[in-house]
Structure formats: structure tokens, C-alpha cells
Design a protein around this ligand. Structure first.
Ligand code: DOR
Ligand code: ZN
Length: 362
């Protein structure tokens, strides 16, 4: 029976919401096998001030004291280099998330990726302070002539990533929840020539659900609908290859994004987001097992993300006494999660998984 010590695990892209939903979801970071998570700022209103980020962090810690929550700002014109500097110096934020306006949930306060120039003073400061730029890499279609749709929006965004890297070669940038063959190729290209131990500036997160899904799986099931949407077999296979490769620029970011069941089970305006937090490691392990790559699982779900974020000893110290173990033991994904006020359907609800996690003292 397989048992693997994954050490301190990291999920570098989670949506923990606020209010009742947050109470239900936040404790599932730990139960899903995650020690450290990077929290998205797309609340309503978005997280753009020091006070908001401090308060949000405090609330999350109260709900799940064993978990480390790394915080982010939402890129928008209200941010200033001075604010970024202050919050970076105090360790309040680790990154800033960029949402192109209109491409996904709560992105209406976001930016126009055709012209990032107004944010260059912010990027300058981020580069100086080692703050990460997290990109939702989809280009919004402005008019019909652009011929942009949910299938090609990620590929059409890639020139913007290239340009940002050219203009800020030492800014750490993550292409979040990559879904395409082209994205994987570009991330490899931009890291070409890097040797073991070199500093890395371009990374990509990969979700659990994009290792399973293609277009057919969400076209008839809104539970599997998320942004960016899952694409084609060729894309899924590229994601599996990247995730299981052990290459240091690819790491886990679940993009677990819960929505109440009544907002998923509708036939118009289905909310984008797949909830995977409660079995995060289990879903990923299943794929690594299927492709005989379990030996690289720890790199993907633990080491690579922690290294890219350059997490300091004082953050890691909190997790020194406990490790996440992957255990081969059949278990079932719950049909539904609820707390009497809100209900969420997890990814692969009711399905059997081969692996479960246990927290063990070191
Ligand atoms: O599917 C998604 N859901 N993609 C995102 O980028 C946002 C997220 C959410 O917040 O629900
Ligand atoms: Zn997200």
C-alpha cells in the first residue's frame, strides 16, 4: 500500500469567499490536504486596501488556525506603489492578482490587458519588492471583429505575458490556471536555459480539475464549468505532462471556486467555478498515479510553489511539526457540502478516489 510523505503542501490559488460560504469552505483547505494557500482577492468589493487585507486574513485565521493564508491584492487603479511597498514590507501581501475586466466572476473592476501601461509604476515596485503578479490569462473580446471566445481567449492573451516579461524581466509572473497546450509551451520557452537553482521568474499554476476535464465535460454539466474553460484532449494531455514533469515552474493552484448549488444548477448565467478544496490532494494524486508519476507529486503540490513564492523560514516554521501524508485508501467524494445556510457540490461528487490524506506529527 502506497504511503508518501508530502511534507508541507501548498495550493497557490484558492477562493475562500466571505460570510457563510467562507465558514463552510475555509476549514476544507486543511481537510483537503493543504498546509499553505494563496488566497484570491475577488470578493465584493475586491481586496484593495491594507485594512481589507488585514481583516480578511484575521477572519481566515480564526476559522482555520493551522492553515497559512498568503494574501493578495486585486489589481486596479486604486492601488499605489506606496501602498504596495508598505504591504510588501509588512508581509501582508505576497502578490497582486490581475483580472481582465469581464472574463470571470467578480472581474468587472479589472483591467484592460491590451494596455497595462497605467500599471507600470506598480509593476516596477512589485519587481523591486519580490511581489508576484498573478495573471488570469484570458483576453476579453471587445467587439465581434476580435473573434475572441472562451476557447481561444487564453491563447490570445499570451502575447501580453510575453510583453510583460520583456518589460519586467525580474518581475515574478504566474500564468494562473493554465488550460492550453500553447500556454505550457510558452512557459517552457520563457524558462529555457534555466539550470537547477537559478531564480525563476515565470511560473504557471495548474488546477486539479483541468487534469480531468475537456470541453465535453462542462458542455453538459454546469458543475464542471469554470473560467478559463477546459479545452481539448491535446490541451489536457499537455497539462498532465507539465504537472507530472517535476519542472520547477509548474505547480499546484487548485482555483477551487465554490458557488452555492442554486447558482450552478441554472440554465442561464451559470457561475464559473469548480469546487475542489475538500479533496484537493486526492484528485491530483489520482492523476499522478494513473501516469506512474507519483514520485513527482511532492514537487508539484509542495516544493515548487513554496520555492517560487520564496517563502521565508518564519512562514514555514509553523508547519514543521506536522506533515501531509498521501495514503492509498479508497474513499468517496461527498455528494454535497453544507452548513444549513449554504450548499456546494464538489467536483466528482460521489465518485470513488484511490487516495486519501492524513495529517501526521513529524
Ligand atoms: O472559474 C472561475 N471561478 N474562474 C475564475 O477566474 C474565478 C472563479 C471564481 O471566483 O468563482
Ligand atoms: Zn481563481
Amino acid at each position: 500500500m502506497t504511503e508518501i510523505n508530502l511534507g508541507t503542501t501548498a495550493d497557490m490559488h484558492v477562493h475562500l469567499r466571505d460570510g457563510t460560504m467562507s465558514k463552510l469552505i475555509t476549514p476544507t483547505v486543511k481537510s483537503g490536504g493543504i498546509s499553505i494557500c494563496y488566497v484570491m482577492p475577488n470578493l465584493v468589493p475586491p481586496i484593495t486596501t491594507k485594512q481589507q487585507v488585514e481583516e480578511y486574513h484575521k477572519n481566515l485565521e480564526k476559522m482555520a488556525p493551522d492553515t497559512t493564508f498568503l494574501m493578495s491584492f486585486y489589481l486596479c487603479k486604486e492601488l499605489t506603489p506606496e501602498l504596495v511597498e508598505e504591504c510588501a514590507d509588512k508581509g501582508l501581501i505576497h502578490g497582486i492578482k490581475c483580472y481582465p475586466a469581464g472574463v470571470t466572476t467578480n472581474s468587472k473592476y479589472g483591467v484592460d490587458p491590451n494596455d497595462f501601461s497605467q500599471f507600470y509604476p506598480i509593476f516596477e515596485k512589485m519587481q523591486e519588492k519580490g511581489i508576484i503578479l498573478n495573471l488570469h490569462g484570458e483576453k476579453p473580446g471587445i467587439d465581434e471583429k476580435d473573434e475572441i471566445n472562451i476557447i481561444n481567449a487564453e491563447s490570445k492573451f499570451l502575447p501580453a505575458l510575453r510583453k510583460l516579461h520583456q518589460d519586467f524581466p525580474r518581475l515574478k509572473i504566474i500564468l494562473e490556471h493554465t488550460t492550453t497546450f500553447e500556454s505550457i509551451e510558452l512557459v517552457r520557452e520563457l524558462n529555457q536555459g534555466k539550470k537547477q537553482g537559478d531564480e525563476i521568474f515565470i511560473g504557471a499554476t495548474i488546477t486539479a480539475h483541468h487534469l480531468y476535464l475537456i470541453i465535453d465535460n462542462w458542455a453538459n454539466n454546469p458543475i464542471n464549468y469554470c473560467k478559463p474553460v477546459a479545452k481539448f484532449h491535446k490541451d489536457k494531455n499537455a497539462l498532465i505532462d507539465a504537472a507530472t514533469s517535476g519542472e520547477p515552474w509548474f505547480f499546484f493552484g487548485s482555483d477551487s471556486a465554490p458557488h452555492p448549488i442554486h447558482k450552478k444548477q441554472v440554465h442561464v448565467d451559470v457561475c464559473a467555478g469548480v469546487y475542489t478544496q475538500c479533496n484537493a490532494i486526492g484528485y491530483v494524486a489520482e492523476i499522478f498515479d494513473k501516469f506512474n508519476k507519483l514520485e513527482n507529486l511532492k514537487k508539484f503540490v509542495s516544493d515548487n510553489g513554496i520555492k517560487f513564492y520564496d517563502l521565508k523560514e518564519e512562514i514555514l516554521a509553523k508547519h514543521k511539526n506536522e506533515s501531509v501524508w498521501l495514503i492509498e485508501r479508497k474513499n468517496k467524494v461527498p455528494e454535497i457540502l453544507g452548513n444549513g445556510e449554504v450548499e456546494v457540490v464538489p467536483f466528482k461528487a460521489g465518485d470513488e478516489l484511490k487516495y486519501i490524506i492524513e495529517w501526521r506529527k513529524n
